[in-house]
Write a protein that binds this ligand. Structure first.
Ligand SMILES: Nc1ncnc2c1ncn2[C@@H]1O[C@H](COP(=O)(O)OP(=O)(O)OP(=O)(O)O)[C@@H](O)[C@H]1O
Ligand SMILES: [Mg+2]
Length: 273
């Protein structure tokens, strides 16, 4: 495995952000899972997982195929609610809330497989995301609040560095550009926490660098949880890591601790070969 260089940068950025933004903006927990379990029949795909993501924290979930990472995301978003355990979002218990209520509270996700409107342009995809968040449903109506939505769309285009292909049909985009657009869609409506499910899957080295730059450019107050197989990416952009194995939490620690952990190496790296 190649050397992972700036391991300390995410933590350093985070504490700098704390210093600059003050405690009122970044205090408290964004997400708190207590004993979260999701069973499918006899299979406990997620088994008694407890973890805390601080406000503004960038967090990674690692684990081999079938470890339960996506199922954990599904439990957090309500797509497949937990069969046991509690989920708090900024201090509020959201365990029983339907997915759209969680979105309204500032929770977003991206999916392992693309959910873009392939026949529409990049700009229109982002516009729909902005309007969808604004109105609780997707709408092309540009009359009420249209100007603000157009401006928000332009902001997202710039943030995801997709302005030069704004009017291109999504179907014509490179894979990496599509994944960048998915992140742009998740950023609509100023979310407080985003769950990214393997955003680097299938990306070229150059596209991975773009992705790292994008993840690093996200605002200090915005938390994210990243599922990522590529340690080069995961350990470079987060402050804290949890490794899952067979539905359970195997280790939680800083990127440095996780990288140096013998059991993680044996189980995670071993199973990746
Ligand atoms: N809807 C479902 N019904 C039944 N079993 C499921 C369902 N979703 C996931 N599982 C099972 O739960 C386990 C965990 O799956 P999950 O998709 O969460 O793993 P993962 O860590 O995201 O893996 P990958 O790295 O391959 O994406 C697997 O054994 C999977 O087959
Ligand atoms: Mg998965």
């Amino acid at each position: 495995m190649a050397t992972i260089t700036p391991l300390r940068s995410a933590a350093a950025r985070s504490s700098a952000a704390h210093a600059v933004a003050g405690t009122q903006l970044l205090s408290g927990d964004a997400l708190r899972l207590e004993g979260v379990t999701r069973a499918f029949g006899a299979l406990r795909a997620v088994d008694d997982v407890s973890l805390t993501v601080a406000a503004g924290q960038k967090y990674a979930i690692l684990g081999s195929n079938g470890a339960g990472k996506t199922t954990l995301f599904n439990a957090i978003t309500g797509d497949f609610p937990p069969t046991a355990g509690r989920i708090q979002f900024f201090g509020e218990d959201i365990t029983e809330l339907p997915p759209h209520e969680r979105i309204r509270k500032g929770l977003r996700r991206t999916y392992q497989s693309s959910l873009l409107f392939r026949e529409l342009s990049v700009r229109d995809n982002l516009f729909l995301a902005v309007r969808g968040v604004a109105s609780g449903r997707f709408s092309f109506l540009r009359a009420r609040g249209g100007h603000a939505s157009t401006r928000a769309t332009q902001d997202l285009l710039e943030r995801t560095r997709l302005t030069h292909i704004a009017d291109e049909k999504v179907a014509n985009l490179a894979h990496g550009q599509q994944r960048q657009l998915e992140i742009g869609m998740a950023l609509a409506g100023a979310p407080r926490l985003i769950l990214f499910d393997e955003p680097a899957a299938g990306l070229s080295p150059a596209e991975r660098r773009e992705l790292v730059a994008l993840l690093r450019s996200l605002p200090a107050h915005m938390s994210f949880v990243l599922i990522e197989h590529d340690l080069e990416i995961a350990l470079r952009v987060v402050d804290r890591v949890t490794v899952m194995h067979n539905g359970r939490t195997l280790r939680t620690g800083s990127p440095e601790e996780i990288e140096g952990d013998a059991q993680v190496q044996a189980i995670y790296m071993g199973s990746r070969q």
